[in-house]
Design a protein around this ligand. Structure first.
Ligand SMILES: Nc1ncnc2c1ncn2[C@@H]1O[C@H](COP(=O)(O)OP(=O)(O)OP(=O)(O)O)[C@@H](O)[C@H]1O
Ligand SMILES: [Mg+2]
Length: 43
């Protein structure tokens, strides 16, 4: 059986405004071209 494991990728740093959301959004968009992606942005 072809089992695919979910992968968790995290962009995290305590400093604000240093491109966490931007980087995560672009990465999620690119990965979504080949896989199912759930993107969560936590403030
Ligand atoms: N590579 C980049 N080059 C230029 N500007 C950028 C780049 N990445 C992000 N920015 C800009 O920097 C600002 C902050 O980016 P972003 O909102 O992604 O940061 P953040 O780490 O998610 O912030 P917060 O801590 O408030 O959630 C935005 O105006 C965004 O457009
Ligand atoms: Mg953010």
């Amino acid at each position: 059986m072809d089992q695919k494991k979910a992968k968790i990728i995290t962009f995290g740093i305590s400093k604000g405004g240093c491109s966490k959301t931007t980087s995560a959004g672009i990465t999620a968009h690119l990965l979504s071209q080949d896989a199912k992606v759930l993107a969560v942005d936590i403030e």
